[in-house]
Write a protein that binds this ligand. Sequence first.
Ligand SMILES: [Zn+2]
Length: 186
Amino acid sequence: MQYRTHLTTSFAVCLPILAATGTLTAGNVIAVGIGALLPDIDEPHSWIGRRTRGVSDLMNGVFGHRGITHSLFGIALVLIPIIFAVGMTPLPFITGMCVLAGYCLHLIEDSFSISGIKWLLPLSNKRFQSGLHLIYYRTGGIAEFGILIVSTLILMAEIRSFGTSLQLPEMSFMHSLFEKIKGFIH
Ligand SMILES: [Zn+2]
């Protein structure tokens, strides 16, 4: 699945949940987006891979595309930096969970592609296709284009109904986050 389809489908799923729980903030929406793009860091030609060359080349060389980052073990691995970030920076717990939600949604979305994903790596190389080979899409194919259009339309309807409840980040939070980051760099 291409990055824009990952974004539109993940946002379409998460926006109503964030709105219903009173957690629809700009930070949480961005966090879902980051989580939804992160697994493809193992592919140097993906949107995120092109922006992290070096890291993405290394990940691709060691694990291959749709390897360990696209497995349950990958979810456990990504949880480690999230827990650290929540514990050691002013990053709210819910925002960390939004990164995790975006990450999990990416894997679910990829599991509906024709080739599925290897959920059980490194224990098993078995591929799982969530649509039981009846419901599937090919990356960049006509079915994915259909998913992109439908999810974009749903997202636009959601933005119309929930968009006004979007809470923009408080300046005090942004300031303390910036100070922490500055502290880490120095
Ligand atoms: Zn992927």
